[in-house]
Ligand binder design. Sequence first.
Ligand code: M6R
Length: 613
Amino acid sequence: MCGLVGYIGNNAVEQTLLDGLKNLEYRGYDSAGIALNDNQNIDVFKAKGKLNNLTEVLSNRPKPAKNSMLGIGHIRWATHGKATTENAHPHLSNDGKLVLVHNGIIENYQQLRHELEAAGFVFHSQTDTETAVHAIDREYKKSQSLEQAVTAGIKLLEGAFAFCIMHKDEPDKIIAVRKNAPLIIGLGENENYIASDIPAIIGKVKNIIHLNDCELAIVEKNKVTVKSLDGQILNKEIEAIGFNPEVISKNGYKHFMLKEINEQPVIIRRMAQAHLPESGLPVCWGSKGCMLDLNRIKNISIIACGTSLHAAMYAKTLWEDWLQIPVHVEAASEYIYRANITNANSLVIGISQSGETADTITAVKQAKEKGAQILILTNREDSSIVRYADCTVPLNAGIEVSVAATKSYTAQLAALYWVGLYFAEQNKSLSASLLASLKQDLLELPAKMEEILSNQQAVQSLADKLKNFKDMVYIGRGINLTCAMEGALKLKEISYINANGYAAGELKHGPIALLDEQMPVMAVLGPGVTFAKMISNCEEAKARNAFVAAVLSEKAAVKESFFDAELRVPETNETTFPLLANIQLQLLAYYVADALGREVDQPRNLAKSVTVE
Ligand code: M6R
């Protein structure tokens, strides 16, 4: 959610921090700040709003007398305290010597603040973070050692945190420490970096160290020492960064979202080739193999949030049919606060693009404690959620910069498709011929996706017709219901048009009251048993004077001019249709939002990874 970066080295510290923050912008934020240490003073600069505002604050100040040697920076997504300059990070100690930036939430901040205020510390913000500065500063006053102060101070904090901390009197180091929030150290020559996510340091260093929970790194210009909180020096693995700088460039597209939508055929082709070498051959899990005990699985729960939850709903429909095993799907934020029936016979699947969604991580952790086997589907194999996995299915969709998930969603659907086929093959729940034809359907998808993307006129002209409506209804049935829900989510999150997805059969039980000429309906009409019923539901909507548009297969037979607008997709099977229809709905949301002049890649109030519960 928030993003942080730290730098110590010979490069221009201010610009290095701003570059890092710029590459974290995609995470969504409402204020930004940096602290610079020039070996004599710590100077803090903050601004509400976009990073440009901070850049302006910095360029309007008098030229500094000395170059900075080290610094820390932050972009904030407000949780505790409004998005104001005072609440923006970095936060300073009362003597102006200790400064820190923080990602996460300090849950016991109220009690701590009370205690610290009683001890004479003066607070200048409404944030939970400021309690950490004063708590660590109180320890510093005792030990006069930043390392010892941080070690003692953070033991008082409950919740999730990743910190970068500097002290004026120890200008040779930045301390980084984490618990339940991601943090990496970037290793350079005569310089080192700290970051909450790889894009902040992409192109700057080749190697990184991933910090684990309750590990503390003392980051100096020529040295990085990682310790446990009891002071043991740890021998950390040095890993190569698996991404090149191109992944965070728009490559000529107007927005990252459009670039990412267009990347989908390549991603699905790569995935299909890796797991379904040929329709007649068994599904190949991947080099690490499937580490699950499939004989133990009596029920499956899939836990996720937002778009990933829609992918989970797709899997439920698919898998209950293919596997004949009960599949339960639940929003992670609901799963964690009730007595669910997860046990050692459960396979719990966590789906998370970022792998950092706090609700999903907590849910998976709880399920693991109950003895369930854990399978994780994520686009970030280096993310926090993977720690709980018995087995991980990487999506390999590349870094997704746009806040609205597109390519990662399609990759989730495709991954759930081949994993479902793998399970079906193992428990022999489908005939060999059906398995082969289902595999073939997936193998043919990339070319069909390319066909959709090569002709975007119909969707652009529909976007033009829909852009001035205030509300919209999406309907679907069966395996296409999630497609309708995801289409509605995409439209609302980037265009701010109120859109909701409904089971088409449920329309007549309430939502139909909304329909009139001001409430357009987008129907998702896949092939299969629900097609005729969907047509009847569209008739019902037309009878209420609603503008009715549809996404449907190329050859789907409907009366001429039955729909007010049509988005056609190449012919495919019922189970793969959502992967094609979904692309049309992503494009529709994109073109509506762009026509309205919205900030497509960074919609208001949203963050790319939601690291708070
Ligand atoms: O990283 P995750 O898949 O766990 O994220 C879950 C949701 O926060 C995410 O899908 C969100 O709904 C996106 N804004 C959808 O576009």
